[in-house]
Design a protein around this ligand. Structure first.
Ligand SMILES: Cc1cc2nc3c(=O)[nH]c(=O)nc-3n(C[C@H](O)[C@H](O)[C@H](O)COP(=O)(O)OP(=O)(O)OC[C@H]3O[C@@H](n4cnc5c(N)ncnc54)[C@H](O)[C@@H]3O)c2cc1C
Length: 95
Protein backbone atom coordinates (compact mmCIF):
# COMPACT_ATOMS: atom_id res chain seq x y z
CA UNK A 1 0.00 0.00 0.00
CA UNK A 2 2.82 2.40 0.83
CA UNK A 3 4.58 1.54 -2.43
CA UNK A 4 1.43 2.41 -4.38
CA UNK A 5 1.08 5.73 -2.52
CA UNK A 6 4.73 6.57 -3.27
CA UNK A 7 4.11 5.77 -6.96
CA UNK A 8 1.11 8.11 -7.00
CA UNK A 9 3.06 10.81 -5.14
CA UNK A 10 5.90 10.57 -7.67
CA UNK A 11 3.46 11.00 -10.56
CA UNK A 12 1.99 14.10 -8.90
CA UNK A 13 5.44 15.66 -8.48
CA UNK A 14 6.29 14.86 -12.12
CA UNK A 15 3.01 16.42 -13.32
CA UNK A 16 3.52 19.50 -11.10
CA UNK A 17 7.03 19.93 -12.50
CA UNK A 18 5.74 19.64 -16.08
CA UNK A 19 3.03 22.22 -15.29
CA UNK A 20 5.54 24.65 -13.73
CA UNK A 21 7.82 24.34 -16.78
CA UNK A 22 4.94 24.64 -19.27
CA UNK A 23 6.06 21.33 -20.81
CA UNK A 24 4.17 20.19 -23.93
CA UNK A 25 2.96 17.00 -22.20
CA UNK A 26 1.73 18.79 -19.02
CA UNK A 27 -1.98 18.20 -19.72
CA UNK A 28 -1.47 14.46 -20.26
CA UNK A 29 0.76 14.12 -17.17
CA UNK A 30 -1.69 16.05 -14.97
CA UNK A 31 -4.60 13.87 -16.16
CA UNK A 32 -2.54 10.72 -15.51
CA UNK A 33 -1.54 11.92 -12.04
CA UNK A 34 -5.10 12.90 -11.06
CA UNK A 35 -6.46 9.53 -12.16
CA UNK A 36 -3.72 7.45 -10.53
CA UNK A 37 -3.59 9.42 -7.26
CA UNK A 38 -7.35 9.33 -6.69
CA UNK A 39 -7.76 5.67 -7.68
CA UNK A 40 -4.76 4.68 -5.55
CA UNK A 41 -5.88 6.71 -2.54
CA UNK A 42 -9.32 5.14 -2.59
CA UNK A 43 -7.98 1.62 -3.13
CA UNK A 44 -5.45 1.90 -0.29
CA UNK A 45 -8.00 3.35 2.16
CA UNK A 46 -10.51 0.67 1.19
CA UNK A 47 -7.93 -2.03 1.91
CA UNK A 48 -7.20 -0.34 5.27
CA UNK A 49 -10.86 -0.95 6.18
CA UNK A 50 -10.44 -4.62 5.23
CA UNK A 51 -7.31 -4.94 7.38
CA UNK A 52 -9.32 -3.82 10.42
CA UNK A 53 -12.16 -6.24 9.70
CA UNK A 54 -15.57 -5.17 10.99
CA UNK A 55 -14.06 -2.44 13.16
CA UNK A 56 -12.77 -0.70 10.04
CA UNK A 57 -16.36 -0.12 8.94
CA UNK A 58 -17.39 1.59 12.19
CA UNK A 59 -17.38 5.40 12.30
CA UNK A 60 -15.54 5.36 15.66
CA UNK A 61 -12.37 4.13 13.92
CA UNK A 62 -12.31 6.96 11.36
CA UNK A 63 -11.23 4.92 8.33
CA UNK A 64 -14.69 4.79 6.75
CA UNK A 65 -14.71 8.61 6.67
CA UNK A 66 -11.34 8.61 4.90
CA UNK A 67 -12.75 6.18 2.32
CA UNK A 68 -15.90 8.30 1.79
CA UNK A 69 -13.86 11.50 1.49
CA UNK A 70 -11.47 9.92 -1.02
CA UNK A 71 -14.21 8.33 -3.14
CA UNK A 72 -15.55 11.67 -4.33
CA UNK A 73 -12.16 12.65 -5.77
CA UNK A 74 -12.61 9.97 -8.44
CA UNK A 75 -15.61 12.09 -9.57
CA UNK A 76 -14.62 15.68 -8.74
CA UNK A 77 -12.46 18.08 -10.77
CA UNK A 78 -13.07 16.07 -13.91
CA UNK A 79 -14.10 12.46 -13.35
CA UNK A 80 -11.51 9.75 -13.85
CA UNK A 81 -13.28 8.57 -17.01
CA UNK A 82 -12.68 12.06 -18.40
CA UNK A 83 -8.99 11.76 -17.37
CA UNK A 84 -8.87 8.60 -19.54
CA UNK A 85 -10.34 10.62 -22.44
CA UNK A 86 -7.76 13.41 -21.98
CA UNK A 87 -4.87 10.93 -21.93
CA UNK A 88 -6.23 9.11 -24.99
CA UNK A 89 -6.71 12.38 -26.88
CA UNK A 90 -3.16 13.50 -25.99
CA UNK A 91 -1.75 10.20 -27.27
CA UNK A 92 -3.72 10.53 -30.51
CA UNK A 93 -2.44 14.13 -30.89
CA UNK A 94 1.13 12.96 -30.25
CA UNK A 95 1.62 15.32 -27.25
C1 LIG B 1 -19.22 16.92 -3.13
C2 LIG B 1 -19.16 17.57 -4.49
C3 LIG B 1 -18.66 18.85 -4.61
C4 LIG B 1 -18.63 19.48 -5.86
N1 LIG B 1 -18.12 20.75 -5.93
C5 LIG B 1 -18.10 21.38 -7.11
C6 LIG B 1 -17.61 22.72 -7.20
O1 LIG B 1 -17.18 23.32 -6.22
N2 LIG B 1 -17.60 23.33 -8.42
C7 LIG B 1 -18.07 22.71 -9.54
O2 LIG B 1 -18.06 23.31 -10.60
N3 LIG B 1 -18.54 21.43 -9.47
C8 LIG B 1 -18.57 20.76 -8.30
N4 LIG B 1 -19.05 19.47 -8.23
C9 LIG B 1 -19.54 18.83 -9.46
C10 LIG B 1 -18.48 17.89 -10.05
O3 LIG B 1 -17.45 18.62 -10.68
C11 LIG B 1 -19.20 16.95 -11.04
O4 LIG B 1 -20.01 16.07 -10.25
C12 LIG B 1 -18.20 16.17 -11.89
O5 LIG B 1 -17.53 17.00 -12.79
C13 LIG B 1 -18.93 15.06 -12.70
O6 LIG B 1 -19.96 15.62 -13.44
P1 LIG B 1 -21.45 15.07 -13.30
O7 LIG B 1 -21.77 14.83 -11.86
O8 LIG B 1 -22.31 15.98 -14.10
O9 LIG B 1 -21.41 13.63 -13.97
P2 LIG B 1 -21.74 13.30 -15.49
O10 LIG B 1 -20.95 14.21 -16.39
O11 LIG B 1 -23.21 13.22 -15.66
O12 LIG B 1 -21.10 11.86 -15.60
C14 LIG B 1 -21.74 10.68 -15.05
C15 LIG B 1 -20.79 9.51 -15.23
O13 LIG B 1 -20.55 9.31 -16.63
C16 LIG B 1 -19.15 9.38 -16.89
N5 LIG B 1 -18.94 10.05 -18.17
C17 LIG B 1 -19.42 11.26 -18.56
N6 LIG B 1 -19.01 11.58 -19.80
C18 LIG B 1 -18.25 10.54 -20.21
C19 LIG B 1 -17.53 10.27 -21.41
N7 LIG B 1 -17.52 11.13 -22.42
N8 LIG B 1 -16.85 9.12 -21.49
C20 LIG B 1 -16.85 8.22 -20.44
N9 LIG B 1 -17.52 8.42 -19.29
C21 LIG B 1 -18.20 9.56 -19.18
C22 LIG B 1 -18.56 10.20 -15.75
O14 LIG B 1 -17.21 9.87 -15.57
C23 LIG B 1 -19.42 9.75 -14.60
O15 LIG B 1 -18.92 8.54 -14.07
C24 LIG B 1 -19.10 18.81 -7.00
C25 LIG B 1 -19.58 17.49 -6.88
C26 LIG B 1 -19.61 16.86 -5.65
C27 LIG B 1 -20.13 15.43 -5.54
Amino acid sequence: MDTELETARTMIWRAADALDRGAPDRVKLCAMAKRVATDTGFSVANRAIQLHGGYGYLSEYGIEKVVRDLRVHQILEGSNEIMHLIVGRSLADGS
